[in-house]
Design a protein around this ligand. Structure first.
Ligand code: ZZB
Length: 261
């Protein structure tokens, strides 16, 4: 399995992030800063609703060119540096650190999603050692994302966020004979999952969602409607198809399984 990282341009910073970034002399006021969530399911990107960050992870901002910067974990940036993503091979061009908790409430552009601009919200279970430490939320197809979405919507005040940052508008993207066209809510109900703390059931639901989606799923949204998930997974990444025409511009790919030392 290979991760694909998306480029989600920040269109609005939270107050705390804004202050931190404005005070950094290496970042021009006109710079493009992209958050780079890593996904194994590029075919689900039409249904992105939010971007999750871990409040307890410190992220870095890395300089890609005179105008562009990526935001990710140090570990992800180190991997990128050895895969030709940054100007100098093997050099991690970090310009600053920023706390995950300070990013919450920012807004990014999710180009493939029907919800063009999406809010950055917290997820405690994000692992620093996987992907880029940023996760794009697809509550229609990811049980973890659905459970977290419901939790945050129910307890917005507890999580110190605005309830309307949490998008509960769930778009059918993939249909399966077994669990209908929004597999994650169906499985969350079936396994009686009531919060993100139900780890064991969530793991089971995730595995079932991966398998069912991959082997029996058919696209019901976007340019690959009618095609199988297996077909769409490849098509969405090929430069010759309409969605993948974005590939050069909006996606960057790298194998996060590779660790460089
Ligand atoms: C969007 C998406 C849509 C995802 C879906 C899954 C599903 P896994 O399976 O455990 O290896 N992810 C990425 N990075 C992290 C991280 N650092 N910590 C926690 N979760 C992370 O995990 C791969 C998936 O976990 C990734 O693919 C990402 O969410 C999230 F419909 O991206 B995915 C049935 C799953 N469906």
């Amino acid at each position: 399995q290979e991760y694909i990282a998306l480029k989600c341009k920040v269109v609005k910073w939270s107050e705390k992030a804004q202050e931190a970034i404005e005070s950094n002399k290496d970042i021009a006021a006109t710079a493009n800063i992209f958050m780079t969530p890593a996904t194994l399911r590029p075919e689900t990107m039409y249904g992105q609703t939010n971007l999750f960050v871990s409040p307890s992870i410190t992220y870095g901002i890395f300089k890609v060119s005179e105008t562009d910067f990526y935001l990710a974990t140090d570990r992800a940036a180190r991997n990128m540096a050895f895969q030709g993503i940054f100007p100098e091979w093997g050099i991690v061009p970090k310009v600053m650190d920023i706390k995950g908790s300070d990013l919450i409430g920012s807004m990014v552009r999710a180009l493939l999603s029907v919800h063009t601009d999406i809010y950055v919200i917290p997820m405690d279970t994000i692992k620093e050692t996987k992907g880029t430490g940023l996760v794009t939320s697809v509550p229609s197809d990811s049980p973890d994302d659905y459970a977290m979405t419901i939790e945050l919507h129910k307890k917005a005040a507890f999580y110190k966020i605005e309830q309307d940052w949490v998008c509960v508008d769930i778009l059918p993207i993939i249909d399966t004979p077994e669990y209908g066209n929004t597999i994650a809510p169906t499985l969350v109900k079936k396994f009686k999952i009531s919060s993100p703390k139900d780890e064991r059931q969530l793991l089971e639901a995730k595995e079932l969602a991966y398998k069912t989606g991959f082997y029996h799923g058919k696209m019901v949204h976007g340019p690959f409607t009618g095609k199988t998930v297996q077909e769409a997974k490849t098509l969405i990444r090929q430069p010759t198809t309409c969605v993948a025409a974005f590939l050069d511009q909006w996606f960057l790919t790298y194998g996060v399984d590779q660790e460089w030392r």
